[in-house]
Write a protein of this length. Sequence first.
Length: 448
Amino acid sequence: MKKIVVIDDDVVVTSLLSTMLKKAGYDVFTASNGEVGLEEVKRQMPDLVITDFEMPVMTGFELLQVLKKEIPGMPVVMLTCHSDVSLTIKSIQSGAYDYIEKPIQPQKLLEVIRNGIQVSTRQEQIEKKVPIPARKIIQQNILVGITPEIRQMVKQVGRISMNRMHVMLQGEVGTGKGQVAQLIHYSGITREHPFVTVDCEMLHPDTIVSELLGKVYESESGARKPKKGKLLQAEEGTVVLRSIERLPKSFQRHLVRIVEKREVVLSGSSEHFPMGARIITTSLYTPEDMLKKELVIPELLYHLNVFHLHLPPLRHRIDDISILAEFFIEKHSRIMSKKISGMESGTIDILRSYEWPGNLREFENAIAQAITLSRGDLIEKEHIQEYLQGFYVPADDTPKRVSLEEIEKRHIVSVLREVNWVKSEASKILQITRPTLNAKIEKYKLKP
């Protein structure tokens, strides 16, 4: 019979878990705090430990650190009543097998236990003190929410951040690809090294080699001096290649050789420089679409898509709307030095009803504008309605009866505003050609 030690200062939780796990066929031992729990673990040497995060005497995180040092192969599952991204990442990085939020879902917990017990060894990971700039970036990240895909992504970020494997981030405009790239960099082993971002769409074909790889130039004295490009400027940190599909095919082939050999040759030189950076690529397209549309050569895609993360659109994260609203209210209230305590009744329903074609970027803009216009300590419904261009009427929150043309016009305006009138980006989101978009802009007499 497999042994499990349950540690929680809440006797109701330990009792319920003990009863549930015994019915599932496990031999269960309980403890009311971390110190007692540590002794119980050493005495019983269980197959898995379940511990609460916040406890008196010794916290669950402190217990985890001790167990990882003294019994490194012990699977530990953390329990918490807080949806805290930084705690999740911190726990995963320090060796926790998984992270379960209260209220506990029995089937989910049993599944985690079954998988966790199969874990026999785990690589010991070094916990470094997070510098203040990195901590600020981590705390301001947008991976907040309760939807399973987001919670799983947080765990994956925790694991990815502890190595330098190449990562591909895919998602629609405004889903937070840039913020997730920062989170991977600043929450792990690369955080003390440079973070370099390259917008592939803005690179000029004539200078792309020197910008990314570097070049050797002659100084005024006639001496030849090397100038490192973006890939080498990142040193042992991270290079983010935004819109990877925009790289010219000729340079994509060159990049394959660089990634394979982990070294760079500067333009005008034969000297080889080692490249120690992790490459994070971002794109609106899935890997399958990239291959199908021949946007990225297969060799490069296979090298850079070592780990793939799909960032879901906000319309698939309806259950996160209220949490995200709180997050952005707190953020922008602080920035604007305003005291906003919440939202007027019915406002959250409006936010949940809209499809948010601009995703998190558009959602944050709506909250920021509403805070700017608010006259008291609540976000008023009319200000959200104003941002959403009159899709809703204040009286009963029912949609206005408008023509399809009017809906199309409003949607196009919303998308254009979200991408700052970059028509190439708007065309992708709307899934129409540039000439078609230009025709509709002219038809509806739209202006920036």
